[in-house]
Design a protein around this ligand. Structure first.
Ligand code: NAD
Length: 310
């Protein structure tokens, strides 16, 4: 992708900043971020001439004005925390659904060529039909998941009603450099790494047989760009398609860190889903494929970042 005018909402966050770092070399990138969890330091080169930073809330800014002359929108801004959405359902709805609808309306008004939306595997809830296909029903069990599901439906309706092109990407467990340690997602990887780096005993909740489908943040960046460049409109799971149990994950991290510390097992956490693995056959619609053989190298890169930044 080159020479395009692009808006990245949430471009100072964990995933959004990686997208900006990639796009800024050859595109004009406008970031909209209210700094609620994002930070300027997440960007590799915040002073790059190709970056315009608009600090503000999607709900308060004049989006019709900001989107004038833009080609594409990557929408990542959200209150990306399930527990916080349970504590503050109205506030998370304001950030995750009201803001999305307002943004979609501005995309329609400005004839944006395509919007790529960051959704979540949370919309599948406790669905036991592993691996999970995009055609499975919505089974949200938190306000956050409801807000993502409703946003997805708004995207679909804006395509049908106004011809606004869009792809919804449902991320599974994302990990990588810049991940917030307070994040409730895939916290298991940063938690294990930070415990081992700071001499603490890592904790496994439950029997450790719960499976997760891990995906590296740079693969998420690739998926966003491929989805934007493709002719596809619809929903795609973004995951590796491989379930890894927490008991299988721990020895890999331990080995990479040359540690011999054993984990401590605590009682299962309320609301933890037992298995989460994606069906990835739909990824071919956007020419996306994950190379699972790189998992260890990706972990090493993540560990290097935590070592330098903890
Ligand atoms: N990290 C994961 O594992 C994961 C998994 C599934 C889906 N997602 C989704 O991916 C997206 C990015 O997640 P992340 O992990 O980078 O989260 P993050 O919290 O690091 O990034 C979100 C960014 O949005 C900004 N923001 C929040 N509300 C805003 C508003 N109203 N107006 C303007 N800016 C606002 C924050 O300041 C932050 O920079 C989110 O939509 C999240 O729901 C993330």
């Amino acid at each position: 992708m080159e020479g395009k005018n692009i808006v990245v909402t949430g471009g100072l966050g964990f995933i959004g900043s990686h997208i900006v770092d990639e796009l800024m070399a050859s595109n004009n990138v406008t970031i909209i971020d209210n700094l609620s969890s994002g930070k300027v330091e997440n960007l590799e080169n915040p002073d790059n001439d190709n970056i315009t930073l608009i600090q503000g809330d999607l709900n308060e800014l004049d989006l019709d004005e900001i989107l004038k002359g833009k080609d594409y929108v990557f929408h990542l801004a959200a209150l990306a925390s399930v527990p916080e959405s349970v504590e503050k359902p109205l506030y998370s709805n304001y950030n995750n659904l009201d803001a999305t609808l307002k943004l979609l309306n501005a995309c329609k008004n400005n004839n944006i060529k395509k919007i790529i939306f960051s959704s979540s595997a949370a919309i599948y809830g406790e669905n036991p039909n592993i691996p999970l296909k995009e055609s499975e029903p919505y089974m949200p069990s938190s306000p956050y998941a409801v807000q993502k599901a409703a946003s997805e439906l708004y995207l679909k309706s804006f395509h049908e009603s106004y011809g606004l092109n869009s792809v919804t990407l449902r991320y599974f467990n994302v990990f990588g450099p810049k991940q917030n340690l307070n994040s409730s997602y895939a916290a298991v990887i940063p938690n294990f790494i930070s415990a081992l780096l700071t001499g603490k005993q890592p904790v496994i909740y439950g029997d450790g047989e719960q499976t997760r489908d891990f995906i590296y943040v740079k693969d998420i960046v690739r998926a966003n760009i491929l989805a934007c460049e493709s002719d596809y409109n619809g929903i795609v799971n973004i995951a590796s398609g491989k379930g890894l149990s927490v008991n299988e994950l721990y020895p890999i991290i331990k080995e990479v860190l040359s540690s011999d510390v054993e984990p401590k097992y605590l009682e299962e956490r309320l609301g933890d889903i037992k298995h989460s693995v994606a069906d990835i056959s739909n990824q071919s619609n956007i020419n996306f494929k994950v190379d699972s053989s790189k998992f260890k190298d990706q972990l090493k890169e993540t560990i290097r970042w935590f070592r330098d930044n903890l």
